[in-house]
Structure formats: C-alpha cells, structure tokens
Write a protein that binds this ligand. Structure first.
Ligand code: HEC
Length: 128
C-alpha cells in the first residue's frame, strides 16, 4: 500500500470511530433524557400502559393505536403516523401536532436533545 493510501485509510478509520463515539454519546444522552418520558411511557413489548400508552414500535406507528389505552378524543381522531419527523415535532411541542391532546408535557426545546431522544427511542422501541 502506498503511503498515501495508508494515510487515507487511517483517516477513514478515525472518522468512522468518531461517528461511533458520537452515536454512543447520543444514545447515552437520549437514555438520560428519556427519564422524563419514562414517568409516563415504557418502550418494551408487553409493558403495561402508565399514564401514557406503551411506545413499543412507536416509529412508523399510527397514532392512538394501542388497543386498550383510553386516548383523548383529539388524539383518537388525529390519524397521523409517528415517523421520525412527526415524532420530533411531537417531542418539541405535542400541542402543535395535535391540539387538545392529553399529554401533559411542555416539550423538549433543544434540537440536539430531541435528536438524541429519537435515536434512543428508535433503538429501544424497535420491533424484535
Ligand atoms: C405526564 C405524562 C407524560 C409524559 C411526561 C410524556 N407523555 Fe407522551 N403521552 C402521555 C399521554 C397521556 C399520551 C396520550 C395523549 C392523548 O390521548 O391525547 C401520550 C402520548 C404520546 C405519544 C403518542 C402515542 C400514540 O400511541 O399515539 C407519543 C409518541 C408520546 N406520548 C411520546 C412521549 C415522549 C417521547 C415523551 C418524553 C419526551 C413523553 N411522551 C412524555 C403522557 C406523557
């Protein structure tokens, strides 16, 4: 291998490991941030509803689709899908996505906090 390629390969390896470190840091931050959601939500399959519905498989899930959860009329008729973009807007300000919904939560103002939260939720709530 020429010196140039060795240097280039080393550079790529460094970039890749930095990206992994970033990911791990985001997941850790997301886990801490989710403590505020955990008061009302679980992410594991078969966990009972708390004040809020179970969020297992939430990314890509239709709104108000947990069978035995008593949703507010506003969310029950909202008919949206929680893809990542919608979930991010919901976390920022739930009332801006579905006015009149019953989630008593002001929202997460910082974009990087929302991104970390979504990364954590995506991993922890993934269907398995
Ligand atoms: C004080 C309790 C509480 C907290 C804290 C809370 N939620 Fe909720 N959440 C609810 C309730 C109650 C609902 C159902 C709202 C309705 O029926 O209008 C809900 C609904 C949701 C939904 C829609 C689920 C569905 O099946 O349609 C999502 C997504 C969600 N919450 C995510 C979060 C996230 C992420 C956090 C943390 C950033 C959070 N919630 C914090 C109580 C809470």
């Amino acid at each position: 291998m020429s010196k140039f390629f060795r240097v280039a390969a080393l550079g790529l390896a460094v970039v890749a490991s930095l990206a992994r470190a970033d990911d791990a840091a985001d997941l850790k931050r997301g886990k801490l941030l989710f403590i505020q959601c955990r008061a009302c939500h679980d992410l594991q399959p078969d966990a009972a509803a708390k004040v809020g519905p179970n969020l297992y498989g939430i990314i890509g899930r239709k709104s108000a689709s947990v069978d035995d959860f008593a949703y507010s009329p506003a969310l029950a008729k909202a008919n949206i899908v929680f893809d990542k973009a919608t979930l991010e807007r919901w976390i920022e300000k739930p009332s801006a996505v579905v006015p009149g919904n019953a989630m008593a939560f002001a929202g997460v103002p910082a974009a990087e906090d929302r991104a970390a939260l979504i990364k954590y939720i995506e991993k922890e709530s993934a269907k398995r």
